[in-house]
Design a protein around this ligand. Structure first.
Ligand SMILES: [Zn+2]
Length: 216
C-alpha cells in the first residue's frame, strides 16, 4: 500500500497542477478532486463509481474516495467532463515514467524481457467517443453508408506485453490522442505518439497493429 499511496500522491500533485478554466468564485471542487475522481472511475473499474461513492458516503460517513484517494469532495461526472475536456494528455507523462522506472528498478520488468533484454510495447488504436450529433473542432469524421457523418475521437494506447505473461502482469502504460483526420478540423493536442517516457529509459521494441479503414 505504501507504494500505491506514493503513486496516488504523485498523481494528486499532477491533478493539482491541471489547467483550471474557471473564473471567479466558482471553485467548489479543487482540480485535484476533479482529476482524482476521473482516475478513480477507472481504478475501481466501475462505470457508476461516483454515484456509488456518494451513496456510500451518505451511509457510512467516509468513502474510498476519501480514504484511498484523499479527495475532499466528489464532483459530478458532468463537472469532471467539463473541467477535464481539453486538458493536455502529456500532463501525466511523468507519472507514467516514474512507475516504469520503479517497476524496472525493483525487477518487475525482468519476466517481461524478450529479444535480448528488450521489452515489447504493443501499440493499438481505439475509440472513446462517437456521435452523429455531438462534435467538437478536434473530432475525426467518417461518412457512413446511409450518407450520415460520424464524429469520433480515437487514441493510441501503449501496453507492455510479453508472450507467456498472463493478463495480470500486463501494465497499462500510455495513451495519446490521434489528431483529427479531416483536414478542415483542428488536430487534437498531442505529443509524440511513441511513448518517449519509456523508450528513453527502457530498451523497447514497438509492436504496431496496422488497421486499414473501410470507412473511406
Ligand atoms: Zn470532438
Amino acid at each position: 500500500m505504501e507504494r500505491l499511496d506514493s503513486y496516488i500522491a504523485a498523481l494528486r500533485e499532477r491533478c493539482t497542477s491541471l489547467p483550471d478554466k474557471r473564473e471567479g468564485r466558482n471553485t467548489q471542487y479543487s482540480m485535484s478532486d476533479i482529476g482524482l475522481a476521473a482516475f478513480s472511475v477507472f481504478f475501481m473499474q466501475s462505470p457508476s463509481f461516483l454515484a456509488h461513492q456518494t451513496a456510500l458516503e451518505e451511509l457510512r460517513g467516509r468513502s474510498n474516495a476519501n480514504t484511498l484517494f484523499g479527495m475532499t469532495k466528489i464532483p459530478s461526472d458532468n463537472h469532471i467532463r467539463q473541467m477535464l475536456d481539453g486538458a493536455p494528455t502529456d500532463h501525466f507523462d511523468e507519472a507514467f515514467a516514474r512507475i516504469v522506472r520503479d517497476l524496472d528498478a525493483s525487477g518487475g520488468l525482468k519476466s517481461m524481457r524478450r529479444l535480448g533484454g528488450r521489452v515489447l510495447i504493443a501499440l493499438d488504436g481505439s475509440e472513446h467517443f462517437c456521435s452523429r450529433k455531438i462534435n467538437c473542432p478536434h473530432c475525426s469524421t467518417r461518412k457512413r453508408s446511409d450518407g450520415g457523418t460520424e464524429y469520433f475521437h480515437s487514441f493510441v494506447g501503449a501496453t507492455l506485453v510479453a508472450p507467456g505473461c498472463g493478463f495480470r502482469h500486463v501494465p497499462a502504460t500510455h495513451s495519446d490522442l490521434i489528431p483529427a483526420t479531416d483536414s478542415d478540423r483542428v488536430p487534437a493536442t498531442h505529443s509524440d505518439p511513441v511513448p518517449a517516457t519509456y523508450s528513453d529509459r527502457v530498451p523497447a521494441t514497438l509492436l504496431v497493429e496496422v488497421a486499414v479503414s473501410d470507412q473511406g
